[in-house]
Design a protein. Structure first.
Lengths: 191, 66, 414
């Protein structure tokens, strides 16, 4: 078996680009939820889905190349079961948790019509967790994390997401949805 | 075969994507909620757009019915 | 709260008097007699009788009971019956009165309906506390005498307006929040927990119990040919509400004297129709009769305003209450009714513009039919007929307030 650096480059590159695509997906998801109008709403949502799909496909490429690459000893099961790898178990474990989270988010989105909007929305918020886990994994396990350009890109991505979340929360507090909250509650049913 | 688009009013939250994707059938009222033309009837050549609208609704508030 | 009618025209309220305001089981059997054995044994199909007399729902929608019940019977699954005694309409007292005074007739009807659709279980959703206690006591009384054929559960519910809507009642009967729900499946096929469910107003059930004993010919002895039978009406004509039982086809003038007909009359409650004095005096209390004057009988609520009252001033707080009574689930209802109530209040205060009237017209068509229940449609009917039957008052209010005080003649409920 030759020491093929191509796989190793592919593994690192796909990991990084996947993270960037997911950053774009998260920001667009926040924009869609905030009902921004700088683009037609179906476009914002469509771009969100496209970025998310890109991120997930690249993530699959990333985990496959990491396992296939003989340079590090990572098994197929280490992709989904965390903290059991021989190589950097903690940081890889976080990556596995990220994969698990995104898998749940993707599957529930595919069957969302069966779940109903409330359940689906709650589970979808897990994507934030998946994103944070991916970031941590990249910083801890990423062999390029020390490179200035990579570190800078990662920092900017994190910053953009945090800023978007803050903006969204501020916007929600200020706008005050004005939703008339006269819903009858269970308490209105006396046994 | 006549297809109709139906709104679950308890879920609809006036996001308005349906009106963007199916303007021939859906218009928005004074408060952003969908108004369906002709009882929500969807012509065969618009069916694919109606399916897209159903898929895209953030509140899963649309159903396509025979 | 009195209940009156011509003695031999009383069926639901038979045997009830100031001396005996409530019938216990013994008194009930004395007043009504036993249920014929052929019906009990299931040899005669009670639903065929119901079809023969075109028994309609008394909750407001007037849907044919036989059709609904036969659909439940034919559907797959364990059927159940839900009696609707929530009476969320603030101006209506007939259901509470019926359950308070003649609980055994309601329970008879519930059991008969259950047996007719093949259900072993029934639930009764009740809004009024006293009525609920009356029903619970009646059930306990029967259980002491013998094991019931049908298991009946009583559920209390807040008497909010929309809580009385059919799908809201289905939810309330399972302990869920009593708000209307969206479903592509009819309740008859998939109601409580997806089971075939017959939802029926308590007065309808009581009528069924009367029909079981009277038979088709006997039931047809009162009422009109197209609409046989009697109906309970809640009448507001000054001080408080009274519940009357009248044969269908009775003229409105039988319940309202000439004096009471001097002002405007509201028929059908807060989802109903406003009538001008002239129209009111030739209105007949039946579905056909109300249809003729552009209205609907609804749940049989009649409110007569004196000539001294201004209908716009009296109605404005009611429209505000109706907007607030929304379950809050559907956008067009929440926003539309609030906007409508603001304009109606402006009109009553004499500060409405031509634009306001144009918007009221626009919103009437915009709000109807775009919600999970009929509440916005009913409110639109109330407001549209209010404006249409009082054109002079509307024109006068465009020039300023009318100066008449709010007399609180339209009951807003407790």
């Amino acid at each position: 078996m030759t020491d093929d650096p191509i796989l190793w480059f592919l593994a690192r590159a796909s990991g990084l680009v996947s993270l960037l695509a997911l950053t774009v997906a998260v920001v667009l998801g926040i924009a869609a939820g905030a009902r921004t109008t700088f683009l037609p709403r179906f476009v914002t949502q469509g771009l969100h889905r496209a970025a998310a799909l890109t991120g997930v496909v690249l993530l699959l490429l990333h985990v496959v190349t990491v396992v296939v690459d003989p340079f590090v000893d990572v098994r197929w099961t280490d992709i989904v079961i965390p903290f059991r790898a021989d190589y950097q178990p903690l940081w890889l474990g976080l990556g596995a948790l990220a994969v698990d989270t995104f898998a749940i988010v993707v599957v529930t989105t595919l069957v969302r019509h069966r779940l109903g909007p409330q359940w689906w929305r709650w589970i979808h918020r897990g994507a934030y967790g998946g994103f944070a886990l991916s970031m941590a994994h990249g910083v801890g396990a990423g062999t390029d994390a020390g490179e200035p350009i990579v570190a800078a890109t990662t920092a900017v991505a994190a910053g953009v997401v945090v800023a978007s979340v803050c903006l969204r929360m501020w916007h929600a507090a200020v706008a005050g949805r004005g939703r008339y909250d006269a819903r009858l509650r269970r308490a209105d049913v006396k046994a | 075969m006549s297809t109709r688009i139906v709104v679950d009013w308890t879920r609809c939250d006036a996001h308005g994507l349906c009106a963007e994707l199916l303007p021939e059938v859906v218009e928005l009222d004074d408060w952003g909620y969908p108004v369906l033309a002709d009882g929500g009837r969807v012509a065969d050549d618009l069916r694919v757009h109606a399916l897209h609208a159903v898929s895209v609704c953030p509140q899963l508030a649309l159903v396509l019915k025979k | 709260m009195t209940a009156q009618a011509h003695p031999d025209q009383r069926r639901l309220l038979r045997g009830i008097s100031p001396a005996q305001p409530r019938l216990d089981h013994v008194a009930h059997l004395r007043a009504h007699g036993p249920i014929p054995s052929a019906i009990r044994a299931g040899q005669t199909d009670l639903l065929d009788h119901a079809e023969a007399v075109d028994l309609r729902g008394r909750g407001g929608a007037a849907f044919p009971l036989a059709r609904k019940a036969k659909a439940v019977r034919a559907a797959d699954g364990k059927a159940l019956v839900v009696g609707n005694g929530s009476e969320g309409e603030p101006a209506s007292r007939k259901d509470a009165t019926l359950m308070l005074c003649a609980p055994h007739l309601v329970i008879d009807g519930l059991e008969l309906a259950a047996v007719a659709v093949g259900a072993r279980e029934a639930r009764l959703v009740v809004g009024d506390d006293l009525a609920r206690r009356s029903i619970a006591e009646a059930i306990a009384e029967r259980e002491r005498a013998q094991r019931p054929r049908v298991k009946i559960t009583v559920v209390g519910v807040a008497d909010r307006f929309v809580a009385g809507e059919s799908s809201a009642v289905v939810r309330a009967s399972s302990g869920q929040a009593p708000v209307p729900r969206f479903s592509l499946i009819r309740t008859a096929e998939g109601g409580v927990n997806g089971r075939p469910t017959l939802v029926s107003n308590v007065e309808t059930l009581a009528q069924l119990a009367v029909l079981a004993r009277a038979g088709v010919a006997g039931y047809r002895a009162l009422g009109t040919h197209a609409e046989p039978g009697t109906g309970l009406m809640t009448v507001h004509r000054g001080a408080g509400a009274e519940v009357f039982e009248v044969p269908l086809g009775t003229p409105l003038t039988a319940l309202l004297t000439r004096g009471a007909l001097a002002g405007s009359v509201l028929v059908g409650g807060f989802h109903g129709t406003w009538l001008r004095p002239g129209t009111a005096s030739r209105t007949v209390l039946s579905r056909a009769g109300l249809q003729e004057v552009g209205g609907t009988l609804g749940a049989g609520v009649i409110v007569a305003l004196p000539a001294s009252a201004c209908p716009l001033v009296e109605a404005a707080p009611v429209v505000r209450m109706l907007a607030a009574a929304s379950a809050g689930q559907c956008g067009p209802c929440v926003h539309g009714l609030r906007a409508i109530s603001e304009r109606v209040s402006a009109l009553a205060e004499g500060v409405a513009t031509a634009e306001d009237l144009r918007l009221l017209d626009r919103w009437a068509t915009l709000v109807s039919g775009r919600g999970a229940c009929g509440h916005p449609d009913g409110v639109v009917r109330f407001v549209s007929t209010l404006l249409a039957s009082h054109p002079e008052e509307v024109a006068a209010h465009r020039n300023g307030p009318c100066g008449r005080r709010l007399l609180h003649l339209l009951p807003l409920g407790g």
